[in-house]
Design a protein around this ligand. Structure first.
Ligand code: XMP
Length: 519
């Protein structure tokens, strides 16, 4: 049985980060909403209560029924979780005199408490709360404090229940991972067996049991998720897996051919469908971004379905859904709290009457990459930047023409190749490239023409914007601080080599309030 830690989500922006830190310890964990979680069975070794944007004093503060857990299983309350544990059982939580935000130094009060025993005597932690625990219930013992927060960490006497008012999951809590390890490994007794290797082994077994001798269909996009899903399924059911890779005419320069080759060299049974003319014809004259997406979604289903109809005995449709998509749909904040990325292949399973299989639905993106590496997939597929489903259509502002697609492909290729070629050192002194340091990058073709001079002639040509962001999940992002010399070189190259472009700009907006894509 897969042992696990349950994380009850009270809506903090850091909840997923807690889960990722636990997973990095090779311990499996699941996030569930505070008000809707499975009753723990024997696979659950411990429970973590997350932080929250709410104050426990708010009328609408999230209230969890912990009766089946508290005192029976090890429990760790983080921030709101700790305040909730105090307030619910006779303690008192009040607004802090000053908002407790940022770095603080944690000192031990009970040095040998198992949650903190292995940490330095004075260790840096990260605070982020507007409330503070001013009084703990009688049977609670303070185990660590900071200069301004006396109740930084506590344990309930006679129980395996702890609360901490700081965030061990964030990078600035320098020994936070160790604290989490004390909890999940030493206290909860998890055996750290959640590794890419064990995931592959158990998933392959489950896929075989589920799919048996049936055929499975998978839409490949060139992205890391669908590629890893394909490789896993291929390992499980071999040539019963049939992949379809549709060229919508909106991929990067030469990408369809090169990715198709990689898939073939991986031994996948893949059908490449060149349907660019259809997509571009249907998109002609359309300027509204949502309409573009709808047309692309509809055309994709049509093309995919037509290809699938040529196959017989297909029973399953595989999808590259990953864990953040799964948790998001049950988020305590509801979908409106996040500006969500876009799903464009909705409707396929109903239309085709197929059963769904999602081999990656338990994994975070970084885990998908680890699994891909373990499966021996080519590195360029694994480290590939995310790319929007509708492709360059949402990077050509205004209407789309084949000539604009071509112009954008050329400019984009210079930027992306440039990022790959520009070598830098990472924090550990190892050589890497700008491409690997940014989360995602691309060029946007603007619906703007401007005056320039080339030689003796005035020009009146297009402007493009370069976009490169750093991020961990695309929900928030910062513009990448690329070196000026690099931007200068890319600008020169684009203007000199790409016909029809005479101006290059760099987008320095972060998300929020901007988004990564322009449409
Ligand atoms: P935004 O622009 O919302 O993008 O900050 C967040 C992430 O989603 C990608 N994106 C899309 N992906 N279909 C997709 O499959 C779409 O319509 C779409 N629009 C944006 C974007 O590239 C980024 O990674």
């Amino acid at each position: 049985m897969q042992e696990k830690i349950l994380i009850l989500d009270f809506g903090s922006q850091y909840t997923q980060l807690i889960a990722r830190r636990v997973r990095e310890l090779n311990v499996y964990c699941e996030i569930h909403p505070y008000n809707h979680f499975p009753q723990p069975d024997e696979s659950v070794r411990g429970v973590i209560l997350s932080g929250s944007p709410y104050s426990v004093r708010d009328a609408q503060a999230p209230q969890a029924d912990l009766s089946a857990i508290k005192g029976r299983l090890p429990m760790l309350g983080v921030c709101y979780g700790a305040q909730y544990l105090s307030q619910q059982f006779g303690g008192e939580v009040k607004p802090s005199a000053t908002r407790e935000y940022g770095r603080a130094i944690l000192s031990k009060v009970v040095a040998n408490n198992p949650l903190i025993a292995g940490l330095s005597d004075r260790t840096q932690v990260w605070m982020s709360h507007g409330d503070t625990i001013v009084k703990i219930p009688e049977n609670y013992r303070i185990i660590a404090s900071t200069d301004t927060v006396p109740v930084a960490a506590f344990q309930i006497e006679g129980e395996q229940t702890w609360g901490i008012q700081f965030h061990p999951e964030v990078y600035h809590s320098t020994e936070g991972k160790q604290l989490l390890k004390h909890f999940v490994v030493d206290i909860c007794g998890c055996r750290q067996q959640w590794t890419p290797d064990s995931f592959i082994e158990s998933t392959v077994r489950e896929l075989r049991d589920k799919i048996k001798g049936d055929k499975v269909l998978l839409g490949l996009s060139g992205g890391v998720d669908s590629s890893v899903a394909a490789e896993l399924l291929h390992k499980a059911v071999g040539d019963q897996l049939v992949c379809i890779f549709v060229d919508m005419g909106l991929l990067r320069k030469d990408e369809f051919e090169s990715v198709l080759k990689s898939y073939e060299s991986m031994g996948l049974n893949v059908i490449g469908v060149r349907a660019g003319d259809k997509f571009l014809a249907d998109l002609a004259g359309v300027t509204d971004p949502e309409k573009k997406r709808k047309i692309i979604g509809r055309d994709f289903i049509e093309v995919f379905d037509a290809e699938a109809q040529k196959l017989t005995d297909v029973k399953w449709l595989a999808q590259g859904t990953i864990y953040p998509d799964v948790i998001e749909s049950i988020s305590v904040n509801g979908p409106s709290a996040t500006i969500k990325s876009h799903h464009n292949v909705g409707g396929l399973p109903e239309k085709m009457n197929l059963k769904i299989v999602e081999p990656l639905r338990l994994l975070f993106k970084d885990e998908v990459r680890r699994v891909g590496r373990e499966l021996g997939m080519p590195e360029h597929l694994i480290t590939r930047h995310p790319f929007p489903g509708p492709g360059l259509a949402v990077r050509i502002l205004g209407d789309i023409t084949p000539e604009k697609v071509h112009t954008l492909q050329e400019a984009d290729d210079i930027f992306i190749q440039g990022l790959r070629d520009w070598k830098v050192q990472d924090a550990d002194g190892n050589e890497t490239s700008l491409y690997h340091q940014v989360w995602q990058a691309g060029v946007i073709l603007l619906p703007v023409q401007s005056v320039g001079v080339m030689g003796d002639e005035r020009t009146y040509e297009r402007a493009v914007a370069l976009r490169a962001v750093t991020s961990t999940d695309a929900m928030t992002a910062d513009w990448a601080h690329l070196p000026y010399e690099f931007l200068g070189k890319v600008s020169n190259d684009i203007i000199n080599k790409v016909k029809g472009v005479n101006r290059v700009t760099y987008d320095i907006s972060s998300k929020p309030p901007s988004t990564i894509e322009w449409e």
